[in-house]
Design a protein around this ligand. Structure first.
Ligand code: A4P
Ligand code: MG
Length: 162
């Protein structure tokens, strides 16, 4: 049995009733094998980044403890995405559900299949705000503090909806 690790997952949806999608995903995350859901952030509404014209996103994040390996956890997340009708179209295109493995313990992982910390973590307000809800004192493997990152990112375009 692997040692328990604290992992943070980012959730995003901008299709097919995003709030329902996030609630379903939270239920599925609470039922992940070999894992325990510890905390859920507020839900935020943010304009889509990435160039394509598409609806606003709802974003959130969760903190969980798991004995799954990082890759096993990623595959479980992809399974949940598929169960919620995710069709992989254009990169950064609209989606019913996107689950990103943001952090996995203190580990840095750089493979084709998995990059941890998730490359978007440092600059995206829709990742940083939910992470601050979960663990304001968090420091990334690079040594950067979450609160310092939050101070650098815009709060203008993000609002809490639940
Ligand atoms: N992959 C590598 N590392 C990871 C990781 N840490 N977590 C690989 C999850 N997946 C990871 O992902 C493509 C590949 O990334 C997977 O096969 C996996 O092996 P994907 O979910 O199929 O494609 P994607 O989500 O379109 O690409 P990507 O690069 O993950 O995009 P992002 O960074 O997730 O951005 N605007 C707002 N406001 N809110 C959003 O949530 N999300 C995106 C997508 C764009 N704009 C957004 C939002
Ligand atoms: Mg993604």
């Amino acid at each position: 049995m692997n040692k328990p690790v604290i992992a943070y997952i980012g959730l995003g949806s901008n299709l097919s009733h995003p709030l329902t999608q996030l609630k379903l995903a939270l239920k599925a995350l609470a039922e992940l094998p070999n894992s325990q859901l510890l905390k859920t952030s507020a839900i935020y509404q943010t304009p889509a980044i990435g160039g394509l014209i598409q609806p606003d996103y709802l974003n959130a994040a969760v903190k969980l403890q798991t004995t799954l390996s990082a890759v096993a956890l990623l595959r479980q997340l992809q399974l949940i995405e598929q169960q919620q009708g995710r069709i992989r179209g254009e990169k950064w295109g609209p989606r019913t559900l996107d689950l990103d493995l943001l952090l996995y313990g203190e580990q840095s992982i750089f493979t084709q299949e998995l990059m941890v910390p998730h490359p978007g973590i440092m600059t995206r307000n829709f990742v940083i705000f939910p992470l601050v809800d979960l663990e304001p004192g968090l420091t990334l493997p690079s040594g950067e503090s979450l609160l310092a990152l939050k101070a650098q990112c815009s709060s203008l375009s993000i609002k809490t909806i639940a």
